[in-house]
Design a binder for this molecule. Sequence first.
Ligand code: PLP
Length: 390
Amino acid sequence: MHIPFNKPYLTGKEAHYMYEAVFLGKISGNGAFTKKCQRFFEEKYGFRKTLLTTSCTDALEMAAILIDIKPGDEVIMPSYTFVSTANAFVLRGAKIVFADSENETPNLDANQIEELITPKTKAIVPVHYAGMACDMDKIMFLAEKYNLFVVEDAAQAIDSFYKGKPLGSIGHLAAMSFHETKNVISGEGGMLIVNDERFVRRSEIIWEKGTNRAEFFRGEVDKYGWVDIGSSFLPSDIIAAFLFAQLENLEDIQSRRRKIWNTYYNGLKPLEERGHIRLPHIPEYATNNAHMFYIVCKDLNERDDLIRVMKESGINPVFHYLSLHKSPFYADKHYGRELKNSDMYSDCLLRLPFYYELKEDEQEKIILCIRDFYEIRQKIEEIYERREEE
Ligand SMILES: *Cc1c(COP(=O)(O)O)cnc(C)c1O
């Protein structure tokens, strides 16, 4: 039995809608399916404005342009995140000020932000890791106090909430991903969410290569031209057609994923109770959108051993995010502070296979494999302890 880490799920309608897009004869960006997807998000979650992009990376780059990041500006974000969170701002010359994660979750520790703010700070970029909310009230309070922008990296956070508010709707801007490893997918794909009225008009111009083409097609201006900087951030309508099939099945996808998540949680709970591993912690202000399931091992060696044992059984877990402040690109630019929790998650976090079609017996096999691993470890430890006593 081979169990991959991820398997993209198809609802069955994707090819049908893609054919329809082709048949309609307009397959460039901002077509009928793009509008349907954007409307879906605006109606369901009350986002002020949404724009599909070719990736979440692109949406983050648009956000950096929109808040006018300039060389020397400082942007505060967690070190434990994907490179795109930082890259988008580095591309515009920002200095990244990495903050540590909380101990209980890999999310940015909101209590450590204020001491990192300087007159050059322009933005805070919280990442909702595993789709579980950062402490947004604290972050928005600081943003208001120091006049900063908040860009939510909501790549993993579709259909998740903070105190009842949808993630992606709280910061001035937010970015979501539809990469094939996320809950809802289009291969590559993403979306910019614009919540602040001030950015609504310009976001569309940047999206359309710096032109006011979208306004022209709505009949709001009588000619269109080059009015700002921008790029080609919009995906083909064929991609949007694929995405729309997924969105129509969001409820089904989410309920299946929650079931898988709960099976892992209940199956591995005894190991947490015995102190072997830590399971995801969901703060009381956050919901769980079942984006991923991770465990936290004791240290790097133990995680390496566990990965080896799982691979021998045909199971493919993955670890990720080497702290960005220690990356080959950024280590010599980091301001020096040690980020203990970020490094701890880099060394100890392990993601288990997680996808819609993961079968019950496969999941059982994964859970048993991890339980056996720790049971054997414990027996060996007990033997050593007894020997020492003798
Ligand atoms: C997946 C992911 C991204 C990048 O998304 P793409 O759509 O692949 O560009 C950015 N940030 C986080 C936290 C992610 O998980």
